[in-house]
Design a protein around this ligand. Structure first.
Ligand code: AMP
Length: 308
């Protein structure tokens, strides 16, 4: 089995949505990613938390089979993010970002980490993402996520990173601000020109667009009547996608990529059902596969042209 290494934030998030609010709850890009990807492959996190990080979060992740040998505890406070969402849940407003222990983080990979065949550079400082990548020993697939915070403050580093990855995950505002294009297809085309052969553009409740080998595959979001908290939807999409892909990491096989996008969409739909990581924590593989089957049923259309 191809194990997956993820570097990214492990955070304490304070979030407000139309459905309620949570204070200092478990979050972070690496956290959501690994809780989604663990259904398919062993996952190891590389990251840092502060001395204030609650032991129960570590225990929950370890019980879930996630390898935390690369999750360092440093002197200081854990990374904190707080945000609120518009009433339609589609746009996150960052209220505060406190890098805390991430500001000084200098990741040193063990030999087991360096040998992982699949690497996911979750949303974190692009310079740290490159630092981790440069320590790896010939991974089969490298994927990266980023966000406006880094595109606005370190665009050159984000662009340099893109030259070294196979798959890029971004949301539509990020794709457009990074590429300078107005539409998603045009943005994906420009971004593949900078390095990655596959670009996934996430569009919140409007689903995701998979761009590979100049082909565009749209994936709607699994329709839900009510949402509690969209935080981590993008990272759980990434975790489902990379987890499923790790089983057969051949990027030229578009059936593989499409199956990965199905799992990404379904994991994101579970994640938004609760605040923080609650829904992902209890999710079984059976429930995941059942919703994946239901989702592909929704996608299929029997079509015959109307007789002329
Ligand atoms: P998303 O999947 O895009 O909703 O990601 C949400 C997670 O990203 C939250 O749990 C935050 O802790 C984390 N996050 C927000 N801003 C940053 C940042 N600048 N660097 C790293 N992680 C972040």
């Amino acid at each position: 089995m191809n194990s997956i290494l993820v570097v990214g934030s492990v955070a304490l998030d304070s979030v407000e949505t139309r459905a309620g609010k949570s204070e200092e709850a478990l979050g972070g890009s690496a956290t959501y990613f690994s809780l989604a990807a663990r259904h398919f492959a062993p996952v190891k996190i590389v990251g840092v938390v502060g001395e204030d990080f609650p032991a129960r979060h570590r225990e929950m992740l370890e019980k879930g089979g996630i390898d935390l040998s690369g999750l360092e505890t440093a002197k200081g406070r854990t990374f904190r993010w707080s945000g609120s969402y518009t009433a339609d849940f589609n746009a996150a407003n960052t209220l505060d970002t406190q890098l805390n222990v991430f500001a000084e983080f200098d990741p040193k990979l063990s030999s087991a980490h360096k040998e992982c065949p699949v690497l996911f550079l979750a949303n974190i400082d692009p310079e740290l993402q490159m630092e981790v990548l440069s320590q790896m020993k010939g991974p089969k697939i490298v994927a990266a996520d980023t966000m406006n915070f880094w595109i606005d403050s370190k665009k050159a580093a984000v662009k340099e990173l893109l030259g070294r990855v196979d798959i890029l995950f971004v949301n539509e505002q990020e794709a457009q601000s990074l590429s300078g294009a107005d539409g998603n297809v045009a943005a994906a085309k420009i971004l593949t020109g900078w390095g990655p052969s596959v670009v996934v553009i996430k569009k919140g409740e409007h689903g995701a667009l998979l761009y590979a080998g100049r082909k565009v595959y749209p994936f709607p979001a699994y329709p839900k009547e009510s949402i509690e908290d969209p935080t981590g939807a993008g990272d759980s999409f990434g975790g489902g996608f990379m987890g499923a892909l790790s089983v057969d990491p051949d990027l030229s096989n578009h059936s593989n990529l499409k199956r990965a996008a199905v799992y990404g969409s379904v994991l994101a739909s579970f994640n938004v059902e609760s605040f923080s990581t609650e829904r992902l924590e209890g999710l079984t593989r059976d429930a995941l596969d059942a919703r994946a089957r239901e989702y592909v049923e929704l996608l299929s259309v029997d079509f015959e042209p109307v007789p002329a």
